[in-house]
Design a binder for this molecule. Sequence first.
Ligand SMILES: CC(C)(COP(=O)(O)OP(=O)(O)OC[C@H]1O[C@@H](n2cnc3c(N)ncnc32)[C@H](O)[C@@H]1OP(=O)(O)O)[C@@H](O)C(=O)NCCC(=O)NCCS
Length: 189
Amino acid sequence: MCAAKVERVAKLTECDVAELCDAASLAILDGGGFGWLEPPPRQTLEAYWRGVMLVPERELFVARLNGVICGSGQLVVPPKNNEAQKHYSALQHGFTAPWARGHGVGRMLTLEIELQARHRRIRVMNLDVRETQTGAIRLYKELGFTHWATHPHYAFVRGKWTPGLFFFKNLQETDAPPNSPPKPPAAPE
Ligand SMILES: CC(C)(COP(=O)(O)OP(=O)(O)OC[C@H]1O[C@@H](n2cnc3c(N)ncnc32)[C@H](O)[C@@H]1OP(=O)(O)O)[C@@H](O)C(=O)NCCC(=O)NCCS
């Protein structure tokens, strides 16, 4: 039986970076919506993950299956100057490595990121996805995200435009995911 776990990462170990690179490369090769169309050189990918940790507006979440990193997602909040949208967030770069799909990892990752956003008093979560990512579209619809627009010129893949679907979820008007851990004390506004 596979034990799945999702956690926010404050610091990446060498082993974490290696496992993230492996998982991301496999997802990219599978056509996985991670921005890259081909896996970049290993050094570039390693620098990417280390760079994510340096961005104050990004929080990295990883999923592990039997202890091995098999997917990740990022919670992105607006920079401090954007007061008007301080209650917005984006869920970006969610993926599960092909070998780990179908074990509920994508769902767990999305729910954990949503929960953390709620704990930070974020009111709206946005995300966008290529029209070809049918598994992701089904997952996000199931989890209550609303499809509000389609951009016809969203991504240019293999010589042609691929439309992109834009979703949002109003976290104030929807319930927290079931079995959520208790809410920590609220941070001052
Ligand atoms: C979308 C994705 C993250 C799902 O990962 P996963 O770990 O397999 O997801 P889960 O096992 O939690 O499945 C959750 C739901 O996703 C949907 N789903 C997952 N894979 C699917 C597939 N290949 N086809 C159709 N639906 C799928 C199902 O609705 C499933 O619900 P079910 O368990 O009731 O059938 C994964 O397929 C992936 O990485 N895709 C490529 C990257 C991507 O599209 N990222 C999204 C935005 S950039």
